[in-house]
Design a protein around this ligand. Structure first.
Ligand SMILES: [Zn+2]
Ligand SMILES: [Zn+2]
Length: 388
């Protein structure tokens, strides 16, 4: 079965909505206009309940199906990025320095398309919770919505999310059971030495040498402490210190990121970083302080839900257009917080040969709206069949 006919019939309206949203990008939790746009469309569509002001500008809307049954959660993100758009599209951002470079405008409209279909047909049992979240790119809006209790408050039993994928054929889906996207941690190391004249280093405690030693030693965590078959990336991305060629500085800063999939690996890295920083500080007679921050956790699909979602995707796009066991990616996604709270799955939907995510020339491909909207709608009908 291809994309749902009634969604396909409305695709020109959905495309108009998407381009309208594309012109008005908003960042982080400041998704006021897009949130109001979503509320207005949902009112027109005739959903049964709309709760706004969750995670500031997030909202949850409910559509009642037929009779009793569980509530299935469908999530879209709404926020844009601090990038200056160079797509050249007639509907390009009207705000310099902000653009929808990750296609969250498209995600929002695909979920609205599904909402329209589901509110008109109601060919499912139980309820649907449409989750529109701010602050995916930074701030972890999904985690804030979970912490504000949406899963219990709306009695959500399982939850699904979808992201567009440049470089993958239009309408092709992929997902995988288990980990699909990495956890992101960051670290900051502040080194305090004692500066002085570069010609008399014996009178200083040099933080530059200590910083370099710390960076070198960090490389041994993934090569010597880590089991080779578990995925781990540690990248030191910043060293800041110094002001002139003849001055030994007082301080140095080292910062970077850690990408992994297993909390035990995160624990190991955090312990080893602390040992390395303390040990190298002692060796070079400086003081050093480590701050280790766990940002988004790994996005871990529940195997049954991922397989089920892939089956639904095959109904939409055909058996050859869906991969259900792809490799994991080192990127991150805050939908991970929702998958920690409830079973569910995250999938990617190909949007053809376009510039990549977060690129200034990127634009969401409107041709995939009917695929994404049909997928969400069919997922509900299959997960919660009437009389099922
Ligand atoms: Zn992004
Ligand atoms: Zn994104």
């Amino acid at each position: 079965m291809p994309v749902l006919n009634s969604i396909s019939d409305h695709s020109h309206i959905l495309t108009e909505w998407r381009r309208q949203l594309h012109q008005q990008p908003e960042l982080g939790f400041d998704c006021h206009q897009i949130s109001q746009f979503v509320v207005d469309r949902l009112r027109d569509i005739g959903v049964d309940q709309i709760e706004t002001g969750i995670a500031q500008t997030g909202l949850v809307a409910i559509i009642n199906g037929q009779g009793d049954g569980p509530t299935i959660g469908l999530r879209a993100d709404m926020d844009a990025l601090p990038i200056h758009e160079e797509s050249g599209a007639p509907w390009a951002s009207e705000t310099p320095g902000k653009m929808h470079a990750c296609g969250h405008d498209g995600h929002t409209v695909m979920l609205l398309g599904a909402a329209k279909y589901l509110a008109e047909t109601r060919n499912f049992a139980g309820r649907v919770a449409l989750i529109f979240q701010p602050a995916e790119e930074a701030g972890g809006g999904a985690g804030v919505m979970v912490n504000e209790g949406i899963m219990d408050r709306f009695d959500i039993a399982q939850v699904y999310g979808l992201h567009n994928a440049p470089g993958v054929p239009v309408g092709h889906f992929y997902t995988t059971p288990g980990p699909i996207m990495a956890a992101v941690d960051t670290f900051d190391i502040h080194i305090q030495g004692q500066g002085g004249h570069a010609a008399m280093p014996h009178e200083t405690r040099d933080p530059v040498v200590a910083a370099v030693a710390i960076v070198q030693a960090i490389q041994t965590i993934s090569s010597r402490n880590h089991y080779a078959l578990d995925d781990l990336v540690i990248s030191v991305t910043q060293i800041h210190t110094g002001s002139a060629e003849n001055i030994v500085p007082d301080t140095a800063y080292v910062g970077g990121t850690v990408r992994s999939f297993d909390p035990k690996v995160q624990d190991m890295v955090q312990v080893r970083l602390a040992q390395i920083v303390a040990g190298q500080a002692a060796a070079y007679a400086v003081e050093a302080k480590l701050e280790y921050n766990r940002e988004y956790p790994a996005t871990i699909n529940h195997a049954d839900n991922a397989m089920f979602a892939a089956e639904v995707a095959r109904e939409i796009s055909g058996p050859d257009a869906v991969l259900d066991n792809v490799g994991r990616e080192m990127g991150a996604e805050d939908f991970s917080y929702m998958l920690q709270a409830r079973p569910g799955a995250f999938l990617f939907l190909g949007q053809g040969d376009t510039p990549g995510l977060h690129h200034p020339a990127y634009d969401f491909n409107d041709d995939i709206i009917p695929y994404g909207a049909s997928f969400f709608a069919k997922l509900v009908e299959r997960a919660q069949p009437v009389g099922g």
